[in-house]
Design a protein around this ligand. Structure first.
Ligand code: CA
Length: 369
């Protein structure tokens, strides 16, 4: 026994380092695999699923390409709404753009054909005859999805509860139709980040921003749906100007998407110059930017209503910044203020933006970096 022990011990000693080394290598390999798997899984899980609802639209084009070039976002569908252009022109534009980006895997669906309660107002004046800064893209190789946009929105939200972020960058008609048809989607949506509205005056007229003005009833339905709307409006869009400096940067790289966006941006910058602005406001792209990185903006909570009846203010986003309203009670022939009632916030209103950081992000993403 003694002898055997003695013979075994040296063997065990010599075997131990080998065994430890083998174990160490195996453990290291295992750790690396686990790390790679976890990293891969977490990166995939971190990609935010978005539905991009759009009226393309020149700044819509820049927003869409930003979304498609950003690993933080997973574009699950594109739904088209009339606004900047008619519904049919917008659908054609969306299909051509996903084709250009070689993303026929993303469903592109037609939606509403007109606003809920008013005539459509199109904006070829700002966006060019075809809505895409008069840039003629090749015919699309992608097919339209047969589903109705609001139905597709409903379907995708139910398929991925609490995971979908809606990013509407046009009039809110499609989103309102989806909420009206199936209000059960509201608590199942992760986030709603809209381009629209303003708490500092309008761009259509003194009070209203275009996306809200083009369908105020739809906007009011969306704001009052019961979720929190992140409002990326004129307040921050107007501070985010793409200037010649950034255009020159875009011009250093070439590729189908980069060249397309360069042409669109050049058109918009020229247009802005006619209105004495050094650059073009990145309205729709900034909404996508906020979906990518919410720290780009400051967005205090407020209660927002959409004016639907005002003679001069139809389509204005009316934000309560003090957090309460007076309670006026009719007593005899007059109203008496008997208290102040708290209002519940329904929106995060973007009031400040790190414009330089966003514009650099935009340019680098379009360049494919
Ligand atoms: Ca738009």
């Amino acid at each position: 026994m003694k002898f055997r022990r003695q013979t075994i011990l040296p063997l065990q000693r010599s075997a131990r380092p080998q065994s430890s080394l083998t174990h160490f290598v195996a453990l290291l390999a295992f750790a690396l695999i686990v790390q790679a798997t976890l990293f891969g899984t977490s990166a995939a899980a971190a990609a935010k699923k978005i539905i991009f609802d759009t009226d393309p639209g020149s700044d819509d084009a820049m927003a869409l390409m930003l979304a498609l070039n950003s690993p933080e976002l997973d574009v699950r569908a594109i739904t088209v709404v009339p606004g900047n252009v008619t519904a049919s022109q917008g659908l054609e534009n969306a299909l051509k753009m996903v084709s250009l980006a070689q993303r026929c895997d993303i469903p592109v669906a037609a939606g509403a054909q007109h606003p809920l309660f008013q005539k459509l107002i199109t904006a070829e004046f700002w966006h060019g005859k075809n809505g895409l800064a008069n840039v003629e893209l090749p015919a699309s190789k992608c097919e339209v999805d047969a589903r109705f946009g609001p139905d597709l929105i409903i379907q995708l939200i139910h398929a991925s509860p609490h995971e979908i972020t809606l990013v509407p960058v046009g009039p809110l008609t499609n989103i309102a139709l989806a909420v009206l048809k199936d209000p059960s989607i509201v608590p199942l949506v992760k986030d709603v980040i809209i381009m629209g509205g303003s708490i500092k005056g309008g761009n259509v007229n003194a009070s209203a921003e275009a996306n809200i003005y083009n369908d105020p009833e739809a906007a009011q339905i969306v704001f009052q749906a019961g979720w929190t709307v992140t409002m990326v409006g004129l307040d921050v869009g107007d501070k985010t100007l793409l200037t010649h400096q950034y255009l020159d940067e875009l011009g250093k790289m070439h590729g189908p998407v980069n060249d397309f966006i360069h042409s669109v941006a050049a058109y918009l910058i020229d247009l802005s110059a006619q209105f004495n602005s050094p650059g073009t406001p990145m309205y729709d792209p900034l909404a996508v930017g906020v979906a990518i990185d919410a720290t780009l903006v400051k967005a205090p909570e407020m209660h927002v209503d959409v004016e639907t009846r005002g003679e001069f203010t139809r389509g204005e986003t009316v934000a309560n910044r003090q957090g309460y309203v007076e309670r006026n009670v009719l007593r005899g022939d007059r109203y008496v203020i008997e208290g102040a009632d708290k209002v519940v916030p329904n929106a995060k209103v973007c009031t400040e933006v790190d414009a330089a950081r966003f514009l650099k992000l935009f340019v680098s993403r379009i360049q494919g970096k």
